[in-house]
Design a protein around this ligand. Sequence first.
Ligand SMILES: NC(=O)c1ccc[n+]([C@@H]2O[C@H](COP(=O)([O-])OP(=O)(O)OC[C@H]3O[C@@H](n4cnc5c(N)ncnc54)[C@H](O)[C@@H]3O)[C@@H](O)[C@H]2O)c1
Length: 312
Amino acid sequence: MKSILVTGGAGFIGSHLCKRLLNEGNKVICLDNYFTGSKKLVQDLLSCPNFRLEEHDVTHPYQKRFDIDEIYNLACPASPIHYQFDPIQTFRTSVLGAINMLDLACCCNAKILQASTSEVYGDPVVHPQTETYLGNVNTIGIRSCYDEGKRASETLFMDYHRQKKLRIKIIRIFNTYGPNMTVHDGRVVSNFIVQALKNEDITVYGTGTQTRSFQYVDDLVEGMIRMMSTEDDFTGPVNIGNPEEFTMIELAQQIIRLTGSQSKIVFRPLPSDDPRQRKPDISLAQKKLDGWKPTVSLEEGLKRTIQYFQNL
Ligand SMILES: NC(=O)c1ccc[n+]([C@@H]2O[C@H](COP(=O)([O-])OP(=O)(O)OC[C@H]3O[C@@H](n4cnc5c(N)ncnc54)[C@H](O)[C@@H]3O)[C@@H](O)[C@H]2O)c1
């Protein structure tokens, strides 16, 4: 049985990861400060003897009290409304959180995986984005606290690997959605679903022709676990996302259809620094992660997510 620490484990992705790791027979320690996550998302895991939930802010060092084999570092608000709420704390979480977890990994001789993001590519001028593309990121914009924080954390992971021979893994996650997103999360899939279920106007920013690729959370979790089990000398970064592209208008129309909603699409000004297009090249993931590829279609994933929001 492995002992696995998940930071940000009470958040959207973390809650799915904790559940999957427990189902595979591991001991899971979930650290979270509940900034955007909540105990409710891991409520059904609390009765499991192999699950331990601790309130902890990763900007502070975590004292090792037991052996840890693997660390998944997910702690960080991911939605723009949340990471822009306190940009300094967002940057501290990315950078100090990474340092504290890397130091902990050194102390336990644990393997550690960083949940990085497609935001490290900024507003990309290369399409689709491969891991070798160095990105086009504004260092001083309102999204920079998140984008640059994540870039800095990738740097730290690589430096700990080179300097301290730590076994590290970096994945770059592209837009992911699914059950356990919160109603007020502010990300596009949950926004549109919540608006559609209330028959409210669906707000599309800009012309709605900007594209995104949407990955269902189970596909991501599968990719994360496969990445953690790759050979020690493979660090990544590896893109984990769904390469199928949709415009915001197509997404809105699909959600209106699946919910049977009366909502109308309305347009609002594009927020600053909003990337125009995003699409992962997943060749490296396919090669290194045993042929990993997304298996849940947008329609199927949306149906499951809509059902979750209907039952709230
Ligand atoms: N969902 C996506 O589309 C996406 C895309 C790219 C990267 N990611 C990354 O995946 C990770 C998880 O994202 P998510 O979508 O589940 O977001 P989320 O906001 O639901 O989860 C983040 C979790 O981290 C916790 N947290 C925040 N700051 C903390 C701190 N200082 N100490 C301890 N816990 C803290 C929050 O309370 C929450 O439980 C994040 O690192 C995010 O950057 C997500």
